[in-house]
Design a protein around this ligand. Structure first.
Ligand code: CUA
Length: 158
């Protein structure tokens, strides 16, 4: 079968693009350690504040783990300032008390959606002490642009 030159070029270009897309996914997963949140845990969004898992948002720390419990609501994160230690795995457990919000720790790979009815959980670590901005990156209403918080990573700068 005869395939015109330009048609052949386009076919190879399309195949190359697909190969690049697959490669970025594989590299992102294997090298950069990015993964979609797969933790599935439900919660009654109307009863977040009386639910034992979220009644006391904040940071708990013991020798085994650092856990951050936080809630997104229009238009704030509770707690608004989060202190975690550097160089240790930190597990974030998050949910929304009303509508869908985002929870993005700018400049890090900490980023998830807060979906009413679900608990979002991810674990990451911060090797650079300092202050990070937490932003809501899902449009959630008129005050969306004001919805932010701060993550303070405590520790000596290497
Ligand atoms: Cu919360 Cu946008």
């Amino acid at each position: 079968m005869k395939v015109e030159l330009y048609e052949r070029l386009w076919m190879w270009a399309a195949a190359a693009l697909i190969a690049v897309f697959i490669a970025t996914t594989v590299i992102g997963t294997v090298v950069a350690g990015l993964e979609p949140p797969s933790h599935v845990e439900t919660i009654d969004p109307a009863a977040v504040w009386s639910d034992a898992r979220f009644a006391h948002p904040g940071v708990t720390m013991d020798t085994a783990r650092v856990t951050v419990v936080a809630v997104g609501m229009t238009f704030a994160f509770v707690p608004n300032v989060i202190h975690v230690p550097a160089h240790r795995p930190v597990t974030f457990r998050l949910t929304s008390a009303d509508v869908t919000h985002g929870f993005e720790i700018a400049g890090t790979n900490g980023n998830t959606m807060l979906i009413p009815g679900y608990v979002s959980q991810f674990t990451t670590r911060f090797d650079t002490p300092g202050e990070y901005l937490i932003v809501c990156n899902e449009y959630c209403g008129l005050g969306h642009h004001t919805m932010s918080g701060r993550l303070i990573v405590d520790g000596a700068t290497p």
